[in-house]
Design a binder for this molecule. Structure first.
Ligand code: AHR
Length: 636
């Protein structure tokens, strides 16, 4: 196959093209039991009680700890973390909790607070004095720096007290928090190794907070989880002191603490240089409950407040003043707001919810821009590009009024579906309407049971076959990036010991991060974007090998991407029309067997390799079976 390349670009590549979609998903099911992960040490009695004087209105329950009579030695309780705890020598673990005696006591003594192995060997501890005379809540902060690294991640946080000295005492505890060093040392911040993997992708945007976790669920019985209007994600319940975050029964079968809240999302966007694509809840919950048209106003106001928290002027907006009180007077950048998520599940009511929300939000934010503020800001950060709001039902089905200028399209399919649909956007009209591919992934090899079980074709980890199919589709989106302004694989993160959805872009456990084949494809595309698209001979719509070409005018490089979605090698001869073309270029290639994947047992089965290849005005490139390739050539 000969590929003739045009000398001139057809369109700029949107700077937002490749990014990330995040929602609280794929952690652990079965956490409804309030003492999940907690255990007693040496006969300590623990229970969860509705406290008559709780630590805060948002956190009405306490952990009640009673030291039975007759105990000797240290008595207490432990928490085993999130499937264990990685403890590393010389890292400082910051812990805090609240403590009070429910009734006055003459007791004075010490708590021992620390980290230990599950077999009970203390790794590091700190002594904290407490007094029974105090019946009001007192916050305890500890700073734990172990000198050794335990051999396994099977570790615990613990609190103990001398059993004989404290015999018969009852003590209440609340709002435990323990953090290892976080990414960029942010409070309530991200796990360093996971955030580093996300940062290495050089994502251009971050879509949050969902996904189903904003609205509804596919997998959890409606009766048991947070899929009601009152338990929807609410921005104002996710900000400020952890004492003021009640958490919620999330849509994926477990409790969201909301310790990762709106402000943390926004700061993470800035830390990684990503634009937020922020969703607002749009009046639809569960598998079918829509707020009636005449009842929408409070939810619309909540959406306006959410946006004002992000971009408003503290002098005129209470939510923005709240942001300023939390230490962030300057508005964040916000160009994209999505109204709902997958509202094709309630398209009959989206026909009134969409206009109600979009008209009100357009009225409140005519340019969705950061308002001019009285304090000093660099001029460029004052006004952001105006935008339209993003609709989430099926494209033009039903027809919405006002007509959305931006749609969010989602697809979960087989690897071959993605290859066969590399031309999905080519036939869309060029009428000013643009598209966000907010979720996509090849998740099953079984077209008849896409969302089924691994026994029936569902992928647990992405494979070279699924990743090359996704790359074919991404080549199509890059070609159509005059109308596709952003795209994100979904879901982003999944704990290997407890997930509701597979595959995820990145898998992790207590000690490790596993970058998937799809992760490497996303990273290859995002770190080799170019800034303009160069047309070339089109691949066959029904073929199995796909290519696309961009140019980076800053570096004077042509970037050729090739995805081969089958086992047979494909030979492509590129004909470049430029006067000067380097005789060698760089090839980054991800390749492997169709079913190869990175997992805890094969963590490094797949990784891109880089090598130099012969190039020129005309050169032939052999794309290995099941491979994703990025060729970079100096050309002018
Ligand atoms: O990404 C997993 C889920 O798939 C999202 O929460 C939802 O939007 C979609 O159905």
């Amino acid at each position: 196959q000969t590929v003739s390349v045009s000398a001139t670009a057809s369109h700029p590549i949107p700077t937002t093209l490749w990014g990330q979609m995040f929602e609280d998903i794929s952690v652990t099911p079965n956490t409804a039991a309030s003492l999940n992960a907690w255990s007693a040490i040496n006969g300590g009695q623990i229970s969860v009680v509705a406290d008559s004087v709780p630590v805060s209105n948002s956190l009405p329950n306490s952990l009640r700890f009673t030291i039975p009579a007759g105990r000797t030695g240290q008595v207490g309780f432990a928490n085993s973390g999130f499937f264990g705890m990685k403890i590393v020598a010389s890292s400082t673990y910051k812990g805090s909790f609240f403590v009070k005696f429910p009734t006055v006591s003459s007791f004075t003594g010490n708590l021992i607070v620390g980290l230990r192995t599950t077999s009970g060997s203390t790794v590091v501890s700190q002594t904290v004095p407490i007094r029974g005379a105090s019946t009001s809540w007192q916050q305890i902060n500890v700073s734990l720096t172990p000198r050794t690294t335990p051999p396994s991640t099977d570790n615990q946080f613990f609190v103990t007290i001398d059993g004989a000295a404290a015999s018969g005492q009852t003590i209440n505890f609340a709002m435990f928090s323990l953090f290892p060093p976080t990414f960029k040392n942010r409070a309530n911040g991200m796990r360093n190794d996971i955030a580093t993997a996300l940062a290495e992708m050089k994502p251009k945007f971050f879509r949050f907070p969902g996904g189903n976790n904003l609205v509804r669920s596919l997998v959890v019985p409606i009766s048991c989880m947070g899929q009601t209007v009152p338990t929807r994600w609410q921005w104002n319940a996710t900000i400020g002191s952890l004492l003021d975050r009640p958490g919620r029964a999330g849509d994926w079968g477990y409790i969201n603490t909301d310790g990762l809240g709106l402000l943390e999302y926004l700061l993470f966007c800035e830390d990684l240089g990503m634009e937020p694509i922020m969703a607002v809840w749009a009046g639809f919950a569960l598998g079918g409950t829509s707020v009636a048209q005449n009842g929408l106003q409070p939810y619309i106001q909540q959406a306006i407040d959410q946006i004002n928290f992000v971009i408003g002027d503290p002098a005129t907006s209470a939510p923005a003043a709240r942001r300023a009180a939390l230490g962030r007077a300057q508005p964040f950048k916000l160009t994209y707001v999505e109204i709902g998520n997958e509202d094709f599940f309630a398209s009959d009511t989206y026909t009134y919810r969409w206009p109600a929300f979009v008209n009100a939000l357009r009225g409140a934010f005519p340019n969705l821009s950061a308002p001019l503020l009285p304090f000093a800001l660099p001029a460029a950060s004052l006004i952001y590009k105006s935008t339209e709001f993003i609709a989430t039902s099926n494209i033009n089905s039903p027809v919405l009024s006002p007509n959305p200028a931006q749609w969010d399209h989602h697809v979960y399919q087989t690897p071959s579906w993605f290859a066969q649909n590399s031309f999905f956007y080519d036939d869309m009209p060029r009428n000013g309407v643009t598209f966000f591919e907010g979720e996509y992934a090849a998740i099953s090899t079984n077209p008849n049971d896409i969302f089924g079980s691994p026994a029936n074709g569902r992928l647990t980890f992405s494979t070279m076959q699924s990743a090359s199919g996704e790359a074919a589709y991404m080549i199509g989106m890059e070609r159509n990036s005059d109308i596709v302004f952003a795209a994100s694989y979904a879901p982003l993160l999944g704990h290997v010991a407890g997930s509701q959805w597979t595959p995820n872009l990145i898998a992790f456990d207590t000690g490790n991060v596993y970058r998937s084949a799809s992760y490497f494809v996303q990273k290859l595309f995002s770190t080799n974007m170019g800034n303009e698209y160069i047309p070339s001979t089109l691949p066959s719509r029904t073929g199995t090998v796909f290519w696309g070409i961009t140019r980076n005018t800053a570096t004077g490089e042509i970037v050729i991407k090739v995805s081969n979605t089958v086992a047979a090698q494909a030979n492509l001869t590129f004909v470049l029309p430029f006067a000067n073309v380097a005789t060698s270029g760089s090839l980054q290639v991800l390749t492997g067997a169709a079913t190869a994947s990175n997992s805890p047992t094969t963590p490094s089965a797949l990784a891109p390799a880089t090598r130099t290849i012969t190039t020129g005005k005309t050169f032939t490139f052999a794309a290995a079976g099941f491979s994703v390739n990025v060729i970079t050539i100096k050309a002018s």
